[in-house]
Design a protein around this ligand. Structure first.
Ligand SMILES: *[C@@H]1O[C@H](CO)[C@@H](O)[C@H](O)[C@H]1NC(C)=O
Ligand SMILES: *[C@@H]1O[C@H](CO)[C@@H](O)[C@H](O)[C@H]1NC(C)=O
Length: 420
């Protein structure tokens, strides 16, 4: 029962936006992993052209306090706060670094992101299994009319394929802007960007401030492009330089998945992406209605949603909103019924509640499918199968489980066909 509840809770959580929603992260499974660090050299942070030169360049150890420390610069600490900028020029390989703005509750306490980076540096290469990307990359950054820059597929990307693996370039405690004078905060962001080995490229990322003259570029860029994600239970704004080039869509063609252990963020194709097609991810949480979407996008990223769903005819938009509202409601209802069913001591009542939960959930699954909200229906079919089985119909439950497994396998297989 525990696993059923967990699945439902996860599905519910995936469909109902968290209060502090940043760019969403898929909660599904990580698809197939391969050791990457066995390769001697990782590609540069922004372009594959950087691969060879960066392999050849040597990083100086002059600034390291101890040989195993990842930090290549002395910490830059501002004001009276406990916040400091920590920079490593080569955390993920030569010339692939990270800048972290973080602070513990006291001067000597290390914060979660700093600890995580030190663990990455200390880890045995074989235990870090960052997924490999296709080479050459099947995408390029182009100018997109009306949207500034965007990412376009240069060859077919198959559904389920991981086609990009980005690493965190700038990590900043979500709350640091509120904890210090703005001059100190801006000075820290300035250091975090300018000490980074890819500073020049980071500073070309999109800005959205309406008053760019008076807002420093690093602040504007963080605000416009960073994800809100957790490391060690604490919220951070994290900038992924290549993913930052992918534009928003309400029905995106790709989704991202962050791994807080190695700071990687993998991008997986949601459906087949054809050469010339723009690649998109959803900046607002999945399942938001058009009004919620506009609000999140405008307040968090400063732009109007102009994707094909947002600008579709009113009737279509209304239908989509109705489906998304229905999904949120059915999710809440199903979870409640499961809770009631599993906590009741009366066997008949329990059975009735669970049967009703299965019906509600079946309707949710159908609506999710109609609205094309997830890359494959496997998880939903499997959750439904388990629910149907505990509600008393074992045969039908098994049938859903089989379908779910098949869906997942097809999706995973599709993604592996083009692997290089
Ligand atoms: C060492 O640290 C100083 C001051 O933080 C910085 O200017 C310099 O670039 C660093 N050297 C290297 C090799 O990272
Ligand atoms: C996250 O990264 C670590 C280290 O590379 C790896 O061992 C782990 O399996 C990854 N987790 C997921 C969910 O992919």
């Amino acid at each position: 029962m525990a696993s059923l509840l967990w699945t439902l809770a996860t599905l519910g959580a995936a469909l109902v936006p968290p209060a502090n929603a940043g760019r969403p992260q898929d909660s599904g499974e990580y698809i197939g992993q391969k050791p990457l660090l066995q390769m001697d050299c990782l590609p540069g942070p922004l372009t594959h052209d950087a691969y060879l030169p960066s392999c050849l360049s040597m990083t100086s150890n002059a600034n390291r306090t101890t040989p195993s420390s990842p930090w290549t610069h002395a910490p830059y600490c501002a004001g009276a706060s406990h916040y400091c900028v920590h920079t490593s020029n080569d955390l993920y390989g030569p010339d692939r670094g990270v800048s972290i703005i973080d602070g513990g509750t006291s001067k000597d306490e290390k914060s979660p992101a700093v600890l995580a980076a030190e663990r990455i540096a200390a880890a045995d290469a074989a235990t870090l299994t960052v997924r490999k990307e296709p080479a050459p990359p099947p995408w390029e950054v182009r100018n997109i009319p009306g949207k500034g820059k965007g990412m376009v597929a240069t060859r077919k990307i198959l559904r389920g394929q991981v086609f990009m693996v980005d690493r965190a370039a700038v990590v900043a405690d979500m709350n640091f802007p509120q904890r210090m004078e703005s001059a100190d905060g801006r000075a820290m962001l300035h250091e975090a960007f300018h000490r980074h080995p890819a500073a020049e490229q980071l500073l070309t990322l999109a800005r959205s401030s309406l008053d760019p003259e008076n807002v420093p570029a690093p602040e504007d860029i963080m605000r416009t492009n960073s994800f809100t994600l957790e490391i060690g239970g604490k919220s951070y704004m994290i900038l992924f330089p290549r993913i930052a080039r992918i534009n928003h869509a309400c029905r995106p063609s790709a989704l991202t998945r962050f791994n807080e252990t190695d700071f990687s963020n993998t991008v997986t194709a949601f459906h087949d992406i054809l050469p010339g097609e723009e690649i998109s991810i959803s900046y607002s949480s999945f399942g938001l209605t058009s009004e919620q979407r506009q609000k999140t996008l405008l307040s968090k990223w400063g732009f109007d949603c102009t994707c094909s769903l947002c600008t579709s005819p009113p009737a279509e938009l209304t239908a989509s909103d109705a489906r998304r509202t229905k999904i949120q409601q059915l999710g809440g209802k199903a979870i409640k019924l499961v809770e009631q069913g599993t906590s009741s001591n009366d066997k008949e009542v329990a059975k009735k509640k669970l049967r009703r939960a299965a019906e509600v959930y079946a309707e949710l699954v159908e609506t999710v499918e109609e609205e094309a909200l997830v890359p494959h229906m496997g998880d939903h079919y499997e959750a439904l199968g388990r629910l149907v089985a505990v509600a008393g119909d074992l045969e039908k439950g098994k049938e859903w489980l089989r379908r779910g497994k098949q869906e997942r396998e097809e999706y995973e297989k599709a993604g592996k066909e083009d692997e290089l």
